[in-house]
Design a protein around this ligand. Sequence first.
Ligand code: AMP
Length: 353
Amino acid sequence: MREVLEDYELDKLTVATLASHSSLQIVHGAKREGLRTLLVVTESKAWFYKQFSHLVNSVILVRRWGELCREDVVGFLRKHSSILVPHGSFVEYVGLDCALGVEVPIFGLRKLLPIEADQHAKMDLLKKAGIPVPTSYSLDSEIDRLVIVKLPGAKGGRGYFLASSQREVIEKLEKLRSRGLVDDFSKVIIQEYLIGVNAYFHYFYSPALERLEITGADIRYESDVDGLRRIPPGRLAEVSIEPTFTVVGNIPLVLRESLLPTVYELGEKFVKTTAELLPPGIVGPFCLEGVIDREMNIKIFEFSGRIVAGTNLYVDGSPYTYLYWDEPMSVGRRIAREIKLLAERGLLHRVLT
Ligand code: AMP
């Protein structure tokens, strides 16, 4: 990566990303910081992104996301001194091989991508960090409460189901196997279904300032599970669907101030453990995703090592980023600010992998 960086013109650094997920926030933030921007856009969505051309210096049109790894695309990105900002859809779109192999500097910890793609490895990392996680069960353990079962490769909350006994789990898995939706049961995650308020905590770890910042929090609005709440209890029995947890949007959340130290400590544990196990460790935005129960205990069932879509709520800054910066600071802008702070000191390699 350092070799690639040697050819970069530091006064022409370009923030590049895939046009989807949080890309508008990312390029908007980069513009506010005076950096150049580049969007990789699929032909089918080009008409939509055109209206934001004032935020974008260059565009690469592709037919499929996987074309990101094509030699000419990589060459174009490097010619423009691009730093690729991966967002929550990055691996899903380009595939793990391309994400790991693309020879363009990535803002963030590339080594984390394969771990994020493996739900068991993900939960292991959280446990190693000493972050409280839901109880998990194996297929042969007795199940005495409501559990959520996550199939390998399930994306965006689709492919999960609820059950409350070992028998129900196995029966439902067998049905899915007969439909070809799962083959290897050992990769399935069976987790205690946490009761409380779902909360997604956004963080930014800054090597430039050597500090962790809380940048926001959100609640996800998920179909069908949230929609089911609108059905009067007396009618619920008539709705015999297995609810999905497909995210359709995000709702802002401001936490009780007394929860902030706990939330901060969880973030610190994540930073410390990734630094130990996956040096140089997490840099930039990440998110811990969990449930706060009635005793104010927090358990985390998932993390994302990159910018999450919930940060789109705060394009003009969140209640927390205002406290650190006293100016409108989105996570997209925070990424650009970090790039600038480090580039000025010749330390850009600290956030690039
Ligand atoms: P995930 O793909 O792990 O982010 O999960 C998608 C959604 O499923 C979450 O946003 C939650 O609504 C729900 N979910 C996942 N794991 C749990 C859990 N252990 N307890 C309660 N809800 C969960």
